[in-house]
Design a binder for this molecule. Sequence first.
Ligand code: ARG
Length: 438
Amino acid sequence: MKRLVSIAAAALCLALTQAAAPAAADQAERVVVVKAGRLVDVVGARVLENQDIVIRNDRIVAVGPGAGASASAGAQVIDLSGATVLPGLIDSHVHLTSRADVHGLRRLTVSQPRAAIAGVANARATLMAGFTTVRNLGAPGFTDVALRDSINDGETVGPRMQVSGPTVSITGGHGDQNLLPPEYAETARGGGVANGPWAVRERVRENFKYGADLIKFTATGGVLSANTALDAQQFDIEEMRAIVQEAKLAGKRVATHAHGAAGIRAAIEAGVASVEHASFIDAEGIRLAVRNGTYLSMDVYVSDYILGEGERAGILPESLAKEREVGARQRENFTRALRAGAKIVFGTDAGVYPHGQNARQFAFMVRGGMTPMQAIRSATVSAADLMGWSDRVGAVSPGLYADLIAVTADPLADVRALETVGFVMKGGVVHRNEIPAR
Ligand code: ARG
């Protein structure tokens, strides 16, 4: 009986394969040719004209003038000959499960399930703005893991995500919940709080257990946390080394939040991959970053939002006061670090300000001394390198995912062109196209 069933099953299988063969071949060979009037070659730091980008399923297979000619007869052609095409942008510092209009005490009213649902809309807004990849740095309750997995399952529209899970922090640190008095001690404990080398290792292991791709820890106080000092180092070097080594055992990287100069130096010495904010970085910190190849992710736009809209969004007076100390100095130090040759990556802290407005930061980086090409590279090749994803995103090259954007104005003449993206493709799927065909 059993044998009979398996024979019948085999016959059915064969019949199905034969019947389905032509359709399956069509599916396996979804070929698209994008005709790019101009293509920003971020690897070569130049602009190429009249390029065909040939895409098979979710990957780029060929790039070059006339490359589309050899593509299969059934290929779909997307005419972007009147536009400038770039690789999908990468924001290396976002909080997709946070909302810009909910700050300070208001954040205490947001449950983790509610935050995860907010993430669905924020992920879409981010992708539609041309950001096809993000690093999500800090989310209580692993809402970031849930969002990433939902996007990867094709259930939610959003960018590719690397996520950190809850921020690892000292008690009372920038990643702790310091707004509630001690009688609420249990609820007021941030999910990633740990003290001492072995305790922080346990946190790191736990974050990986529940799906984190990398670790974020806080090396100093912050602007938006209550009762933390920007200059005060958080964790000593021994704890920082334990975090970095534990992550290394898992083959993962570490990002650190740091404003104050001492915390920045210690974190670089401990071997982090990136310093977020880096606001008060000093000459020695810059020297160390250059020597170790540590990326600086300086969110030089967000200050305008915090000081302009922050009060209405619920940001506490204490935080507004801290921002007045940070904003201008961070911008000066951005220029210093850039001139010294430090590696700078595009990271905005979107979530503090509205998702989808990520590209506003480009103009501030150019004002700080970058050429438009440098700013674009910081959000493509450099960010991909920081993430260890150079083999999948960050350039328009054969073998990488077909993550492309296009703009009608010239982003190399005025980088603000990137604030109005007219075409977005992620993994070969078009998510928006308002570029008029020529
Ligand atoms: N999340 C950061 C903090 O609370 C925001 C800092 C924003 N300010 C700035 N100038 N980058 O510390």
